[in-house]
Design a protein around this ligand. Structure first.
Ligand SMILES: NC(=O)c1ccc[n+]([C@@H]2O[C@H](COP(=O)([O-])OP(=O)(O)OC[C@H]3O[C@@H](n4cnc5c(N)ncnc54)[C@H](O)[C@@H]3O)[C@@H](O)[C@H]2O)c1
Length: 344
């Protein structure tokens, strides 16, 4: 039985510095050894060498995967590469963590899950933002029953602005407007509502930013089997916003603007949360402080999974559920009727 896990990262991009973040998170867990980084852009590879002098830096993934001391690879690249690179890592006999979104569609997700089963290795999704300070605090209040039975959830990221020209605004690379923030949002809702999804209705708008192939606004309305309805909306053409969260229960409501929920995003191992959300019940209105945005938990849990047989922090199947909802929302937006997600 091993007592430590050799780790590597593929993708050391400049956008959010997330290859660096993964390296730092891994280094912070004593049972994980951060051994290598693979980055195909020579400038970024040079940056990786400077930031992590103790790790070997490769520009070719096959070469890095030849190392027998690497047990776990984290894929931190653009969305359209996740499926191919994860399958490559799994077929080389590595446990694999894939940044969110797991991939672009359920066919890719199925091929990834199949590759993991054939290799007998763990495939996990990096939904770190389940640990956001506001999400953790809101979940606790709901689980304590403070707002009674939840029946209506609105979750929104709405603003007005021309998209940048980078890969995130190109649908064939990003998956569409919904795949970046929306994959976190759908994961939050799926992990908050203890019921299977019954149907999804999508409303997608493409009206203004024609230089971007992403949608301008996307909405998924999820109906769960227990009757809960969740409306998740993301917009780059909204002149007026809505709160991040509005949750209605039979005995109260939660309103959260999300302000300061993840202070220190992409700079600190644990984003110390500031701020609070509003809890409204029959006894009045209270501000409930956020908890810590405890993202480091993910790699601690992964070490416990690989070394002690604990459960996977976020399974590939959980990552696939998010993709199934995103895919079904788009299908529904095209067909004009509610659709049922294709589950495993
Ligand atoms: N979980 C979160 O909170 C969070 C935050 C930011 C980004 N992300 C995710 O991280 C991933 C990367 O996003 P980003 O903004 O860092 O992208 P980015 O474009 O800045 O970086 C990606 C890097 O991967 C490299 N790359 C691509 N294919 C490669 C290959 N085959 N071999 C080696 N290197 C390769 C590119 O050269 C690039 O430097 C995305 O999935 C994104 O959604 C997650």
């Amino acid at each position: 039985m091993k007592d430590s896990i050799g780790c590597a990262v593929v993708g050391y991009g400049p956008t959010y510095n997330f290859g660096w973040m993964h390296g730092k998170w891994i280094e912070d867990v004593p049972a994980l050894r951060f051994l290598a980084i693979c980055e195909k852009d020579p400038e970024r590879a040079a940056q990786a060498r400077q930031d992590f002098p103790g790790a070997a830096v490769y520009e070719d993934l096959d070469e890095m995967l030849e190392r027998e001391d690497i047990d776990l690879v984290s894929v931190v690249t653009s969305h359209n590469t996740h499926a191919r690179l994860a399958v490559q890592c799994l077929q080389a006999g590595k446990h694999t963590v894939v940044e969110k979104p797991l991939c672009l569609n359920t066919a890719e997700a199925d091929a990834m899950i199949r590759a993991a089963r054939e290799a007998g290795k763990t495939l996990a999704t990096f939904h770190n933002r389940r640990h956001d300070g506001n999400v953790r605090a809101i979940k606790e209040v709901i689980e304590l029953g403070e707002i009674g039975q939840v029946f209506d959830i609105q979750l929104s990221a709405c603003g007005y602005g021309r998209p940048d020209g980078w890969w995130r605004s190109r649908k064939e690379v990003s998956g569409g407007l919904f795949y970046d923030w929306g994959s976190h949002a759908i994961d939050w809702v799926l992990s908050m509502v203890p019921s299977p999804v019954k149907q999804v209705t999508g409303f997608f708008h493409k009206l203004l930013w024609h230089e971007s192939s992403n949608e301008d606004q996307t909405r998924a309305v999820i109906l769960f089997e227990n009757g809960t309805v969740a409306d998740i909306t993301q917009s780059s053409i909204a002149y007026a916003g809505r709160p991040l969260w509005r949750i209605l229960g039979t005995e109260g409501a939660v309103i959260d603007t999300g302000e300061n929920a993840i202070r220190g995003y992409c700079q600190e191992l644990i984003g110390p949360s500031g701020g609070s959300f509003k809890l409204i019940t029959a006894s009045g209105e209270r501000d409930i402080p956020y908890k810590e945005s405890d993202w480091i938990t993910y790699y601690r849990d992964m070490a416990d999974h690989l070394l002690k047989g604990a459960s996977v922090p976020v399974s590939a199947e959980d990552g696939r559920r998010v993709i199934a909802v995103l895919e079904t929302a788009e299908q529904s937006a095209r067909s004009g009727r509610s659709e049922v997600p294709r589950y495993l």
